[in-house]
Design a protein around this ligand. Structure first.
Ligand code: BTN
Length: 161
């Protein structure tokens, strides 16, 4: 119980409802899922807007099995709920590549939160000659996941510094 309360405080999340525990309209903390089925857990941003999280991608072009991967991000703390943000996912647990996401939070006509993002995925290539084919670009749309702490990605604590 003590541990769960600590994790909640750090993520800024009421985990049972996957809802932010206050702190403005741009609290991104919580579980999110995109249209590929990838899931991420964002922890509460600090007073400067810096945050960490964990990402479980549903897809990969790497040879090794997918593993939950750490992310680091930065967001604006606007009060209008339309903050922009960016984060980097380091896939080093199973891939040599790196992805950076940029995005903005919105609410749709039903009041549901949505993160509209674009990303750049940099693959490792063996030579300068192959640099031209190293970067992929795409978009992802994330919506909040209503899930409890249990689950396949289930990270329970923010990343250490
Ligand atoms: C790799 O394939 O080398 C690592 C995994 C990359 C997953 C990408 S990141 C952009 C896109 N959105 C996702 O949720 N997954 C893919």
């Amino acid at each position: 119980m003590k541990e769960a309360e600590g994790a909640n405080a750090k993520s800024g999340l009421d985990r049972g409802r996957n809802q932010p525990m206050g702190r403005g309209k741009c609290n991104l903390a919580g579980w999110w899922q995109n249209e590929l089925g990838s899931e991420m857990l964002l922890f509460n941003a600090n007073s400067k807007g810096n945050f960490s999280g964990e990402y479980y991608t549903a897809v990969s072009s790497a040879q090794k099995p997918i593993k939950t991967s750490p992310l680091r991000g930065s967001q604006h703390l606007d009060e209008d709920g339309k903050c922009t943000f960016g984060f980097t996912v380091n896939w080093s647990k199973f891939s040599d590549s790196t992805t950076v996401f940029v995005g903005q939070r919105f609410e749709d006509h039903r009041g549901q939160e949505v993160l509209k993002t674009g990303w750049l995925l940099r693959h490792k290539v063996n030579s300068l000659h192959d640099d031209w084919q190293a970067t992929r670009v795409g978009t992802n749309i994330f919506t909040r996941l209503n899930r409890k702490e249990e689950g396949k990605a289930s990270p329970t604590a923010p990343l250490s510094a």
